[in-house]
Write a protein of this length. Structure first.
Length: 82
């Protein structure tokens, strides 16, 4: 079983070219992102408090890595699952 990490922020921005099966929306405020094995597997608007979610504040940006995998960044730092 893979461990995932849920993070919430004031904003989640999805850069052009990133295709997530969960949505085509590009801005969530506030937003929540789920990262598993370094890959963004879900993002959405945060509408209620969710268990096991880490509030990081600020802006999370989802962009494609060089190998085409959607990854999450905050302040240009890669967000990893831990």
């Amino acid at each position: 079983m893979h461990r995932s990490r849920k993070l919430a922020a004031h904003q989640v921005k999805v850069e052009p070219g990133v295709q997530l099966t969960t949505t085509s929306q590009r801005l969530f405020a506030p937003g929540i992102v789920t990262v598993e094995q370094g890959r963004v597997i879900h993002c959405s608007t945060l509408t209620y408090e969710q268990a096991h979610t880490e509030w990081v504040g600020g802006t999370i940006v989802i962009r494609l890595s060089a190998d085409g995998i959607p990854r999450a960044y905050q302040d240009e730092e890669l967000i990893i699952d831990h």
